[in-house]
Every structure is written in C-alpha cells, then in structure tokens.
Design a protein around this ligand. Structure first.
Ligand code: AHM
Ligand code: MG
Length: 334
C-alpha cells in the first residue's frame, strides 16, 4: 500500500488546478494548517490547565466569550497577518473586519478570510467536540487599494475555498476549493495531517435529524411538521435524532452518516442563530460540494446577498433528498 498523502503534499499537488495558481492560496491553506495545529494543542490541554471558563468579555452579539475562543481567534489572526497572505480578516470574535496593514505590502494580497475561530465553544467545558470554520474569497476591490466591507459581503457562491477544523476524538481538516471535499486527519504524534477522507460525499440516503428540539414550541409550523414527519413510523422512518450543539460536529457526522441539520428561525429570533458569513456559507459550500444542499428554507444559502458582517439566517443543511422534503413542508406555509 502506498503512503497516504499529507495535507502539505496535497496542497502543492492541487495548486496547479487552481485558476490563479500563484501559490498565494496554497500559502493561505498552510497558515490555516499551522494555526489549526496550535489551537488543537491548546484545546486538547483544556481539561488540564486552568483555561476553562469565561474571559469576562462579551462579543458584539452580547454572548460570553470563553478563553479558548479568544486564544483561537488570536492564533488564527496572528498566523494570517504574520505570513502576509491576506488583505483582510473577519471573525466572529471581532466587531469589525481587520484590514491587514499595508506597511508590509499586504494590500497587494488578493484574499480575505472570514472565520469562526472556535465554534460551539460551550462544548469545551464538557469535553465535547468543537470546530474552527473558515471561508475564503477573492477581494472585489482593486488590489493595491484598501480592503473594504464589500470584499466581505459577497454571496457564498463566490467563495474560493471553505472548510473546517474539527477538534474531536481525532482532529481533522475538511475543506473544498470547489473540486469536491477532502478530509485530513492529524497524526498527533508527528503533527502531520494525512488524507483520510478523499472526495467526501453524503450517502445516498440520510436517516438523522439534528435540531435543538427544546425550541420546538417557537419553530415555524413547517419545521414542526417536518419534525413530526421525521418521527413517524413509515418506510425508513422514524429517523434518529442526534444533536451535539456544535455545528461543525453535527455537520461532520451528518456528512459521513447521512442526515439533516436544522437551526430554524424562532418566534424569539426570527433570523435564527447562526451567522451567514462565517458559519452558514462555508458549511453550505462544503455541503453542495459533497452532493448535499442547504438553504434558509426558501433560498439556497449560497445565493443569499449578505448585508452585514455578523448577520444571522435560518439554516438547514444536509442530504439533498431530506432538504427537499423539509423545504416542501416550509413552503406550504410561505
Ligand atoms: P457559537 O458560535 O456561540 O458557538 O454558537 C454556534 C453554535 C453552533 O455550533 C451550534 O450548532 C449552535 O450554536 C447551537 O445552538 P443552541 O445551543 O441554541 O442549540
Ligand atoms: Mg460560532
């Protein structure tokens, strides 16, 4: 058996397939790979050192930040800035986007990165999986000039690449550049990611639904009806219910086993909870590349025009067949 390729080798091998093969995107992936390893090390130590708990600050959405959120945010931003490969960065943990300093000629860089440095961080306290989500675009403003909000408010369809790091029983990087989805597993002993999941695809049929059912009473009628449909004794149903409360982990499981993830609008939060730009869009791109589908119930997530950096949207994502059934239920009520 030949030796599996490493993420580093894979990045170099694929560079020529890419339209703008100047190595910039490859360097960007290498930085994400490096930051992921550093964050992974810290996440793994979380139970050992006194790093758990609240850092006593709130982010722009008024949510408590955990210390590891801040750590991951700093590590990813530092790595991207130090290596001078992007012109701008937006993060769940930063109120505004960061225009990377032009001192070191960074404005000649073409890419912006949007990320959620540590998603599902409430899981850290209970030793469950968390993830980093990232999304990469080519800037729309001219290279050489300052980066602006327009570089970040692009439709998900314009993404050049997207992916996540899952810090689970194993740590993996799963990403796409629009030519399928590939997953790499970290061998922690030597700090190398190996291609373990080439060309990932949702199975033909899914049998898992993932939703915070505690909010059932507040869901739109179409979602309530769909949940009842999932629970009905008929054909291949009832489906199995699985919900970790960590988007990356729930999506990763559903991608491998076949399933649907739902974070609906609720009567309290009509736009749902998840952020379009750095949570939904990257996952939507991966889903589509893996033969799945995602939407807000009506419009494909990747076709939604963003209007602000931290905006939220209802988010449904998974096996195409399951998504079509769900959308049928939602659209009955308009
Ligand atoms: P976070 O960005 O504050 O971590 O929130 C996002 C997370 C998702 O990973 C997860 O799917 C969802 O919030 C869970 O929310 P809830 O606890 O309301 O079910
Ligand atoms: Mg998040």
């Amino acid at each position: 058996m030949s030796r599996p390729s490493t993420l580093g080798e894979f990045i170099i091998e694929k560079q020529s397939e890419f339209q703008y093969a100047e190595g910039e995107l490859s360097r960007l992936f290498n930085s994400i790979r490096l930051a992921a390893k550093v964050v992974n090390h810290e996440v793994n130590k979380a139970g050992l050192v006194d790093i758990l708990g609240n850092a006593n600050t709130e982010n722009i959405q008024g949510e408590d930040q955990q210390k590891l959120d801040i750590y991951a945010n700093e590590k990813f931003i530092q790595t991207l800035i130090n290596r001078n490969i992007v012109c701008g960065i937006a993060s769940e943990e930063e109120d505004d986007f960061i225009a990377v300093n032009s001192q070191n000629n960074a404005h000649s860089n073409k890419y912006v990165v949007l990320m959620d440095p540590l998603d599902g961080s409430s899981n850290i306290d209970v030793n469950s999986s968390v993830g980093t989500i990232f999304s990469i675009y080519r800037r729309v403003t001219p290279v050489g000039g300052p980066v602006t909000i327009d570089d970040f408010l692009q439709k998900g369809r314009q993404q050049v690449a997207a992916g996540y790091v899952i810090y689970g029983t194993s740590t993996m990087i799963v990403y796409t550049t629009g030519k399928g989805v590939n997953g790499f597993t970290l061998n922690p002993a030597i700090g190398t990611f190996y291609l373990s999941h080439p060309q990932m695809k949702f199975p033909e049929k899914g049998g898992i639904y993932s939703v915070n059912e505690g909010n059932y009473i507040h869901f739109p009628q179409g979602v309530k009806d769909y949940i009842k449909y999932c629970q009905k004794e008929e054909e291949d149903r009832p489906y199995t219910s699985r919900y970790i409360g960590s988007l990356v982990s729930d999506f990763h499981r559903n991608l491998i086993k076949g399933g649907i993830y739902l974070y609906p609008s609720t009567s309290k939060n009509p736009k749902g909870k998840l952020r379009l730009l750095y949570e939904c869009n990257p996952i939507a791109f991966l889903a589509e590349q893996a033969g799945g589908k995602s939407s807000d119930g009506f419009t494909d997530t990747l076709d939604i025009q963003p209007t602000s950096l931290h905006e939220r949207v209802p988010f449904y994502c998974g096996n195409t067949g399951m998504m079509q059934t769900l959308e049928g239920f939602l659209q009955r009520y308009g």
